[in-house]
Design a protein. Structure first.
Length: 313
């Protein structure tokens, strides 16, 4: 029997865990060709989440519980779970039941069809506030314009990845990470499964707006060098414009002796010169930014390439 790992990050979800597990069990019972292990990662919960996980683990030996020392955020909690997974495929899903466990068989079928990654994609903006929908639309728009790897809007962390993709994923060393962005970066053959997000069962989202903003900013920075280059682009633009203006003023005044009676003041000339110099400084900054970009790329130490298969090794 092939083993499939199911991974859930948990942050203060004590009223969802039991229901989640019973739904998962119901799904597992129908899948006769697979064995399952369930890995719950407690991301610094302050309610009884971890006790619930321990209780389940005591009753079922295929339930594994990982407790993090504090809340590291969902992305790192997922990573912790993935690093414990022993299965030939891993399925990640949120513990708050917004990712319906009933869809797991669909993910498995696509995996059997030969896909290495199966991505759950939300049907347009269901189950989210208007404000958050707008914010995420803007974010994905910006990312698709300037990001190095496009990140698909509405794609979620509800995903299956096979063992090979998991091994590749484990090589990422960056601390600021967006799991789904990294999985997309790996480039494995993937397909989508569309689903409606249910309303959250209990309370509010565990992702405060500030947590999401931080994630958006770090994703932008780690998947795009455009913000770094911005100063440089501005510099080139300002230098060119003010340089042209300066030359125009000089020629107008000293060569053709101001036929349009512009009589540009000394102050005006000084301003043009200053702006010209600001442009040069910005270009210098842009140049420094290019080096920083290189350093950044080296420091996050991404794997240089990703292997799909090894034969006779
Ligand atoms: N989560 C986590 N750490 C956090 C925030 C959330 O492990 O700091 C978990 C949470 O318990 C849930 C999943 O990540 O299982 C998704 O969180 P949430 O539902 O708050 O996110 P949203 O659905 O609003 O994107
Ligand atoms: Mg949720």
């Amino acid at each position: 029997m092939r083993l499939v790992s199911i991974i859930s990050p948990v942050h203060n979800e004590d009223d969802c865990i039991d229901e989640l597990f019973s739904k998962l069990q119901a799904v597992a019972a129908k899948e006769n060709n697979y064995e399952f292990e369930f890995i719950f990662v407690d991301d610094g919960s302050t309610d009884g989440s971890f006790e619930k996980m321990v209780n389940l683990a005591a009753k079922h030996e295929n339930v594994k519980a990982v407790e993090l020392t504090r809340s590291f955020g969902k992305e790192l909690a997922l990573t912790a779970g993935l690093s414990e997974a022993k299965g030939e495929a891993c399925i990640m899903l949120d513990a708050d039941l917004q990712h319906p466990p009933e869809l797991i068989p669909k993910f498995l079928r696509e995996w059997e069809n030969g896909f290495e990654v199966v991505v759950g994609v939300r049907n347009r903006g269901v189950g989210e506030s208007f404000f958050r929908r707008c914010a995420s639309a803007i974010f994905y728009k910006i990312m698709s314009e300037i990001g190095e790897t496009p990140i698909m809007p509405f794609a979620t962390d509800f995903r299956l990845i096979n063992k090979v993709a998991l091994d590749a994923f484990k090589k990422f060393t960056e601390h600021q990470r967006m799991t789904r962005g990294l999985i997309d970066w790996l480039g494995f053959k993937s397909t989508n499964i569309y689903f409606d997000v249910e309303e959250r069962k209990n309370g509010k989202t565990r992702h405060s707006f500030s947590k999401l903003m931080r994630l958006a900013a770090s994703t932008l920075v780690s998947h795009s060098f455009f913000p770094l280059k911005l100063a440089g682009y501005f510099g080139v633009l300002i230098t060119l414009c003010s340089g042209a203006l300066g030359i125009f003023i000089m020629i107008g005044r000293f060569v053709i002796h101001d036929p349009w009676s512009l009589s540009v003041s000394g102050m005006g000339m000084l301003a043009t010169l200053t702006i010209f110099l600001v442009g040069i400084i910005l270009m210098g900054l842009g140049l420094v930014a290019l080096y920083i970009g290189q350093i950044h790329a080296e420091v996050i130490n991404r794997p240089l390439y990703v292997t799909r298969r090894k034969i006779n090794l």
